[in-house]
Design a protein around this ligand. Structure first.
Ligand SMILES: Cc1ncc(COP(=O)(O)O)c(C=O)c1O
Length: 385
């Protein structure tokens, strides 16, 4: 089997445009060379445009988790109370990341895949005791999208910092950092941004920076100390630690692709992908795991019906049709599958995936007559794209 022609339809890493791959495979530049410095500066400018912020952009070697760690090590001091709003596997990570940095975590937990109750959140916020609130834009474990703009409205009434993990949102779904009042927003290269894994992207606004400046205790971490990195982000000729030059060139190309398409057009394209996928799975007889009023556009997470073995389905899709999808994560492993449809993915990638799913379910005896699911998706694509 030609692995280079597999369709990688997991919710990150995703298929990467050959333009990005070519950029990465150019020669290894000196990180002090004019070519590289210019590329890094341009990539940082395009990152700000993507996050829709006038804040400071950071583009560092690492994965999405590095951004979470950077938020913790720079913004949190011993005894700070943090409210972690969680409704999935990734939201729950904050409660692991923050305490070693001294944070006192209070969790506002909702069922996996269910929407956030904003009234409850508002009540919790009214205590006024939180230094920060964390929330996932999209929790990739369940395919739920959280109301980041609405939470931003609530956060405007309190002092605390608003920290948003948009690892699986930005580049595929609306996120307006400044307009929505987000103080620290983080993402990763490998999902809707359309680059390979390995680059951590996050932005801070003035409010977050002032919190760093006003710390009573020094930042203990060395690599994630943003005071050390900021001068490089403002002038990439400077040095703190060697940037992954190839990955930065790839990021620049991915960001150029995003802005050539335009953010609005990109959000709409992802919305159509989601609608088509939902139509397809429903017509096959499957249900969405996440609450349908709060669906992410970047991935779909169908529940696996009784009697269907998800590993068998994934195996047929991989072995026979060369399409890789992901299994469920954490406590919903075996009960769900996860399909990414974001970044550089095109309609033909999605139609192939939906068809392969339907053929797999037909082979397994769940779908009685193949073609209805893909037919429903085709209708959405034909009418809306
Ligand atoms: C919502 C979300 N947050 C954080 C992460 C962690 O990112 P990484 O695996 O790039 O460290 C992921 C990874 O899938 C994610 O989906």
């Amino acid at each position: 089997m030609d692995h280079e022609r597999e369709l990688l339809m997991i919710p990150g890493p995703t298929i990467v445009s050959p333009r990005v791959l070519r950029a990465i495979s150019r020669t290894v530049y000196s990180h002090g060379s004019g070519e590289f410095v210019e590329a890094y500066s341009e990539a940082l400018t395009l990152q700000k445009k993507l996050f829709m912020t006038e804040g400071v952009p950071f583009m560092l070697s690492g994965s999405g988790t590095l951004g979470m760690e950077a938020a913790a090590s720079n913004l949190i001091e011993k005894g700070d109370h943090i409210l972690c709003v969680e409704n999935g596997f990734f939201g729950e990570k904050w409660a692991e990341i923050l305490p070693p940095h001294g944070g006192v975590v209070e969790r506002l937990t909702f069922e996996w895949g269910k929407g956030i109750d904003l009234k409850l959140l508002e009540e919790r916020l009214s205590s006024g005791k939180y230094k920060a609130v964390t929330v996932e834009h999209v929790d990739t474990s369940t395919g739920i999208a959280n109301p980041i703009q609405k939470i931003g409205e609530l956060m405007k009434n309190v002092d605390g910092l608003y920290i948003v993990d948009s690892v699986c949102g930005i580049g595929g779904m609306p996120l307006k950092m400044d307009e929505w009042g987000i103080d620290f927003c983080l993402s990763g290269s490998q999902k809707a941004i359309g680059a390979p894994p390995g680059t951590s992207l996050f932005c801070l606004n003035d409010k977050a920076w002032k919190v760093i400046e006003a710390r009573k205790t020094p930042i203990v971490d060395y690599y994630t100390n943003l005071k050390k990195w900021r001068p490089i982000m403002e002038d990439p000729r400077k040095y703190f630690a060697t940037p992954a030059t190839g990955m930065i060139l790839g990021m620049l190309e991915a960001l150029k692709i995003i802005h050539e398409e335009g953010l609005e057009a990109r959000w709409k394209r992802h919305q159509i992908y989601s609608e088509a996928f939902q139509a397809g799975i429903k017509r096959m007889g499957l249900k969405s795991f996440p609450d349908e009023n709060n669906l992410a556009s970047t991935l779909s997470v169908p529940s696996i019906p009784e009697g269907v073995n998800d590993a068998e389905l994934r195996n047929i899709m991989m072995k026979k049709y060369n399409i890789i999808i992901a299994g469920g994560l954490g406590k919903i492993a075996g009960k769900t599958i996860r399909i990414g449809h974001m970044g550089s993915d095109m309609i033909n990638d999605l139609t192939a995936t939906i068809s392969a799913m339907e053929m797999g379910l037909f082979e397994m005896g769940y779908v009685k007559k193949p073609g209805n699911g893909i037919g429903a998706a085709m209708e959405v694509f034909s009418k809306k794209s």
